[in-house]
Design a protein around this ligand. Structure first.
Ligand code: PNS
Length: 162
């Protein structure tokens, strides 16, 4: 039986913290889906297709394992995607107690909806302060985001505006 897991998120944009969790999770499962999901509670900077493309490029740059599939989902519940691909586990990165409080209700609802379990994973503490919202803010105000994101993302967000 193949062990299949999903790392879902907005990834707007993907950060080094996300990439760390993706790398660790890829070592634990036969197949790992990195799933870009629209979060209606957040106003997005990047279109979903762009977020997928940046994750794909970041995975290649970082030479992560070949068992990672990058995809997006806007057809309904996150657990519907999990059932479609045969995944029984969601993996979420946890930086602090605030993340635990945010993720716990979603984990319980996802388990109740479809029996999909959520695994909380601790990223490298070096990334504990990094978030996509912080990256968006620093980039918008002209600051250097290179310490927080994969090179592909830094190059894309620092590009001159057309
Ligand atoms: O990176 P984010 O924004 O914290 O990710 C949140 C996300 C997209 C994983 C969450 O909003 C989500 O699971 N959305 C899918 C909709 C869904 O299935 N909701 C019901 C169960 S929580």
């Amino acid at each position: 039986m193949r062990r299949i897991a999903v790392v879902p998120g907005s990834f707007d944009p993907v950060t080094l913290g996300h990439l760390d969790v993706i790398h660790r999770a890829a070592g634990l499962y036969d197949e790992l889906h990195v799933l870009v999901v629209h979060n209606p509670g957040k106003s997005a900077l990047l279109p979903i297709t762009q977020r997928v493309s940046l994750i794909e490029r970041a995975i290649i740059e970082a030479e992560l394992p070949g068992n990672i599939i990058v995809s997006s989902w806007s057809m309904g519940l996150l657990v519907d995607y999990c059932v479609d691909v045969g995944a029984s586990v969601l993996v979420k990165g946890i930086r602090s107690q605030i993340d635990v409080a945010y993720e716990t209700p979603m984990a319980i609802v996802n388990r109740n909806l479809a029996g999909v379990e959520t695994i909380f994973m601790l990223p490298d503490p070096a990334h504990a302060h990094v978030s996509s919202s912080l990256v968006r803010q620093v980039a918008a105000l002209g600051g250097d985001i290179a310490p927080y994101v994969p090179p592909a993302v830094a190059a894309f967000l620092n590009r001159p505006l057309a």
